[in-house]
Design a protein around this ligand. Structure first.
Ligand SMILES: Cc1cc2nc3c(=O)[nH]c(=O)nc-3n(C[C@H](O)[C@H](O)[C@H](O)COP(=O)(O)OP(=O)(O)OC[C@H]3O[C@@H](n4cnc5c(N)ncnc54)[C@H](O)[C@@H]3O)c2cc1C
Length: 467
């Protein structure tokens, strides 16, 4: 079967790309292939059973709407946050396209105003403290949908795609590409043990973080140009809301970047969830990663956020993905496939945490998917030193942050170690093969994934209409 456009991955980049395709030309034959299920069938048994039962395909990570479906959905309104596609596309085009995507959000019912547009005295004081302590505060306006709000929005968007004739092939594992004489001709996928082939001259690789490893393997196999990207390794921390009150109430999320004095490594805060919940994401049998989210209508008493160390390796080392994977495996080995949790107090004292010691704290963990232990047994010294230095620096902005009540869940890793070589239209060196979102190495957030999907499709449609 031949299609005008095939999306490999039905996440944020895929669904917004498909929306753009149907808007530009409703007669196009469009296919979305995804490893997971349709959004309405994406049900995590943990919601009923209270614990992870190791489904073969995790409904939280895989499925139509992608990682965004269960995410807190903070949508950043500036190119500076969510990726660095501005390295290959003019910043104004990125921002204009972000605004265009916001209009689509509004069309599907999101009507709240963004936060962080105007500074009040409290915000000025936070910024002043950041300047005083060598922390860069990346302050961009943000819209917050919440995990429940984003599900509603995606439901409406996907219903419209179905109505307009977009086809979905779900529960298909992308296995390979079909390339002839340097041009894309389609893709192969596995469905219930059988190999299927779908054909198109325009294919968007949009397999997100969950598909990043597969994208890397396919790039090497088919000669798609790419380079080693950075890898982000760190912890997700959880702290009582009262410690984060000023930041939460004024910024919702304050994105901070800090270069450590000891190693000059880059540390950053990421994805802060006021009154949120910790999530344990199972990426494979031996990899469980920490993450976090927040609902609009269900609240905890804790804020969670990631503290990530960005590592770029120099030659001859060229396996950052495997390096991070090995760290995650080591942690899972210690815990039997759960998150490794330690209080900051125990970490500083060089003692492991235990359930009994955690009960003496003022904070109650918002997940049970953890084993209390010692992070220093699994986390490389350099990364752990960086994390601890960043915690102490953060304490100067939010007093109480570096307290014993700070819980550290290990590991949180952002796998985006392959950076594809793309032109300004998101096309790779293979004619007709485009890439977008987290899996391309240029995205790390909803805004940039959608922007890349839209820009790629605009180029495809231009080419199709010339034929
Ligand atoms: C818990 C959590 C919270 C987050 N919170 C935020 C936030 O608040 N704000 C923000 O901007 N970003 C957030 N993010 C990041 C954001 O969700 C991603 O940046 C965004 O979804 C990337 O879009 P994408 O299209 O590149 O990939 P995804 O949305 O991940 O989509 C990739 C798709 O590819 C499919 N796929 C993967 N492998 C295969 C395969 N082998 N075969 C077939 N299909 C495959 C997957 O099923 C998935 O549907 C969060 C992420 C998580 C996990």
């Amino acid at each position: 079967m031949k299609y005008d456009i095939i999306f490999l991955g039905g996440g944020q980049a895929g669904v917004f790309g498909a929306y753009e395709a149907m808007k530009l030309n409703p007669n196009l034959k469009v296919l979305i292939i995804d490893k997971g299920r349709m959004l309405k069938e994406r049900v995590c048994p943990k919601e009923k059973l209270g614990k992870c039962v190791n489904c073969p395909t995790c409904a939280i990570i895989y499925g139509v709407s992608g990682a965004g479906a269960f995410s807190d959905s903070k949508f950043n309104l500036d190119y500076k946050v969510g990726g660095d596609v501005h390295k290959i596309v003019d910043k104004n085009i990125v921002n204009d396209t972000i605004n265009y995507v916001v209009d689509i959000y509004r069309k599907f019912g999101f009507n709240e105003e963004p936060t962080g547009l105007k500074y009040n005295t409290a915000m000025e004081e936070i910024k002043r403290k950041c300047i005083e302590n060598r922390i860069q505060l990346v302050d961009t306006p943000t819209m917050h949908l919440g995990t429940d709000g984003s599900r509603k929005l995606y439901t409406k968007l996907i219903d419209e795609l179905l109505e307009k004739g977009v086809e979905f092939k779900i529960e298909r594992d992308i296995e390979g590409l079909i390339i002839e004489k340097g041009e894309i001709k389609g893709a192969k996928c596995l469905y219930k043990g059988k190999l299927e082939e779908y054909y198109s001259d325009n294919v968007l690789l949009a397999m997100g973080r969950s598909g990043a490893h597969k994208v890397m393997e396919m790039s090497h196999k088919y000669g798609v140009d790419c380079t080693n990207g950075a890898i982000d390794i760190g912890v997700r921390v959880e702290i009582p809301d009262i410690i984060m009150k000023e930041i939460n109430e004024n910024f919702y999320e304050a994105k901070m970047i800090y270069y450590t004095k000891t190693y000059r490594d880059r540390m950053r805060t990421f994805c802060s969830n006021p009154s949120g919940f910790i999530a344990a994401e199972k990426h494979s049998d031996s990899i469980v990663l920490a993450n976090g989210h927040a609902y609009k209508n269900k609240k905890s008493k804790n804020t969670n956020l990631a503290l990530l160390c960005t590592k770029t390796f120099t030659k001859p080392f060229d396996q950052p993905f495997e390096y991070a994977e090995a760290i995650a495996k080591m942690s899972s080995m210690l815990t039997g496939g759960k998150l490794l949790l330690q209080s900051y107090g125990d970490l500083k004292e060089g003692r492991r945490s235990t359930d009994e010691k955690l009960e003496r704290l003022n904070i109650v963990p918002t997940t049970t998917d953890y084993v209390a232990g010692d992070i220093s047994l699994a986390c490389p010294k350099r990364i752990l030193d960086n994390i601890m230095e960043f915690i102490e620096a953060h304490d100067k902005i939010t007093p109480g942050f570096a307290s014993s009540d700070l819980l550290l869940y290990f590991p949180e890793i952002k796998f985006r170690s392959t950076r594809m070589t793309l032109n300004e239209n998101m096309m790779t060196n293979i004619e007709g093969l485009y890439a977008a979102g987290d899996g391309s190495g240029y995205g790390s957030g909803l805004n940039i994934a959608a922007v890349m999907g839209v820009l790629a499709v605009r180029d495809m449609v231009k080419k199709i209409s010339k034929k």
